[in-house]
Design a binder for this molecule. Structure first.
Ligand code: PEP
Length: 254
């Protein structure tokens, strides 16, 4: 963790909760947040709840995000949502390339640059998710995979946009499995991502970008993960669904 980058705690609710439980959870989180000066907190909600969630979050520093978007502004894309539609119902951020989108729904590397562009143009703060599968790690291909995912996504991101973009390193084998990457594995991957960005967009961009870790984060491991150099926050799935597990993560001691 580096003091010049504000810690970012993000909860990805995936396809969980119903409307009333989502609203209860957001009220509880809002009630416990401070003024947002020492950490940034956001939830990524199912899109159908965004309008209600963002109405509750209004007036607090809590960020509200969508879990996906499509990059065109309109057209024959049944089932998809455009960036401006998400903005209109109160989202201020969006996940791009979550591993479930890539691996369950077959999203392609070369869509990511367009998704990032669409998000930025509609004033949504994107979190680009990258990460290797177990086979790729076992085959020593982690860095090659991260490089490919970064190269294809950062195709036209400019230096002056880097503060609006966040990267989440999420090893696929650690998501929802209870198996958390070791501090060494996390440190290596985050260092690689930061160096890649510094090489592409300059040292200032490399030190400004926030890189989150995601994969079985819980109240018991958050402090260790946040202490790893180059880790600026966490993207939390399962543990973000209940106050008992999400609040201690949000409130981890620095
Ligand atoms: C995620 O949804 O991005 C995630 C990391 O899930 P979990 O914390 O459940 O592993």
């Amino acid at each position: 963790m580096n003091d010049s980058r504000k810690p970012y705690i993000a909860g990805n609710w995936k396809m969980n909760l119903d409307r009333s439980r989502a609203l209860d959870l957001i009220k509880t989180i809002k009630g416990r947040l401070g003024d947002g000066s020492d950490r940034e907190v956001a939830v990524f909600s199912p899109a159908v709840y965004l309008a209600d969630i963002s109405a509750v979050a209004q007036g607090s520093p809590l960020g509200v995000g969508a879990q996906n978007l499509w990059y065109d502004k309109e057209g024959a894309f049944t089932g998809e949502l455009a960036a401006h539609m998400l903005r209109e119902v109160g989202a201020d951020r969006v996940l791009v390339g979550h591993s479930e989108r890539r691996h369950v729904f077959g999203e392609k590397d070369d869509w990511m640059a367009r998704k990032l562009r669409a998000a930025l143009e509609s004033d949504l703060l994107p979190i680009l998710c990258v990460g290797e599968t177990l086979d790729e790690r076992k085959g020593n291909r982690t860095e090659r995979v991260l490089k490919r995912q970064l190269e294809t996504a950062f195709l036209d991101i400019r230096q002056d946009e880097i503060r609006r973009v966040t990267v989440a390193y999420e090893p696929v084998w650690a998501i929802g499995t209870g198996e958390v990457a070791s501090p060494e594995q996390v440190g290596e991957a985050h260092r690689f991502v930061r160096r890649w960005i510094a090489n592409k967009l300059g040292a200032e961009a490399g030190s400004a970008i926030r890189i989150l870790y995601g994969g079985s984060v819980n109240p018991g491991n958050v402090k260790t993960l946040m202490a790893v150099e180059d880790v600026d926050g966490v993207l939390v799935g399962g543990a973000s669904l209940k106050p008992d597990t999400f609040l201690p993560i949000i409130e981890f001691e620095r």
